[in-house]
Design a protein around this ligand. Structure first.
Ligand code: ARG
Length: 292
């Protein structure tokens, strides 16, 4: 308890207004432990920002909050494939996963997972790498995609048992068939399915840019799907990547409780995003219009 109090004081010191931060901490602590947040970490963040990432997650953990972390390993995999001389092929935006690709991918994904678990444990945070047993899958389109999985169901027991033991669950994007065939799962699809099953209060995407950018390269502070979405995707400066991201988030939010919000931010801004009103990143909600 003394530990938590020290952490809160440190947090308040970092953030300026203590009332604001305390209010958010109370709000987040009210939610059932395993439903506070799902945090999707891109592979690039693991590569480039691991210290900030581990520090930000360790901080939440010391406050008594246990986010569920899900990570990709895209850039790591591209590098390893180049080294192994295996060409990268995409089909409908998904990584074609032949047996040769899977042979390269599996250890790369295990290593990415261990990197984060180790970084957390080095900071005294209990963490549990979960490589298998969460995403029950079948082959999505074996002819064109090889060992790419389509998720049939999500098993939360391994995640809940980690949270129950006070360990941060760090989940990799691998699925298995009932017979044990390991499959590659696209990280955005895995995030969506995990989020739909967990129904968390916050969905957090940690990226390098730390938010969605407007035409001047500035981070858009907030977007309401009902108020801003149509207008926003019609803008000519909204490129296809951002359109896709917004459409995916809209889709995700439509099947979640109305109080759930999505934050896109960076590892170093996560604390500020969560514990201040103005945040630091892009907040996306389903509901009321928010000026941005
Ligand atoms: N701290 C609050 C939250 O995480 C509000 C964040 C506001 N963020 C923003 N980019 N406008 O839910």
């Amino acid at each position: 308890m003394a530990e938590v109090r020290r952490t809160v004081i440190e947090l308040l010191g970092q953030l300026g207004s203590s009332r604001e931060a305390r209010q958010y901490l109370k709000q987040f602590s009210r939610i059932e432990e395993s439903r506070f947040a799902v945090v999707k970490v891109g592979g690039a963040v693991l590569q480039e920002d691991i210290d900030e990432l581990a520090a930000a997650l360790a901080f939440l953990h010391r406050l008594g909050l246990t986010p569920i972390v899900l990570h990709g390993a895209g850039p790591q995999l591209d590098e390893a494939m180049a080294e192994a001389g295996v060409p990268v092929r995409k089909h409908d935006g998904l990584r074609v996963t032949t047996e040769a690709v899977m042979a390269v991918a599996r250890p790369v994904i295990y290593r990415a997972n261990a990197t984060l678990v180790d970084a957390l444990e080095a900071r005294g945070v209990r963490a549990r790498g979960i490589l298998h047993g969460v995403f029950n899958a079948r082959l999505a389109d074996p002819e064109n995609l090889g060992l790419v999985g389509q998720i049939d169901s999500v098993e939360l027991d391994p995640v809940r048992s980690a949270v129950g033991a006070g360990a941060l669950p760090v989940v990799a994007c691998l699925g298995e068939s009932p017979g044990g065939q390991v499959m590659n799962i696209n990280a955005d699809i895995a995030t969506r399915e995990l989020v739909w099953t967990v129904r968390p209060y916050k969905v957090i995407f940690l990226t390098g840019t730390g938010g969605l950018l407007d035409q001047n390269g500035r981070i858009i502070s907030a977007i309401s799907i009902s108020g801003d979405y149509e207008h926003l995707i019609a803008q000519d400066w909204v490129h296809s990547g951002m359109q896709l991201k917004l459409a995916q988030i809209k889709d995700m939010l439509e099947r979640l409780p109305p109080e759930t919000s999505v934050s896109i931010t960076s590892a170093s801004k996560l604390t500020r995003e969560l514990f201040t009103h103005t945040g630091a990143g892009t907040l996306i909600r389903r509901g009321e219009r928010i000026d941005w």
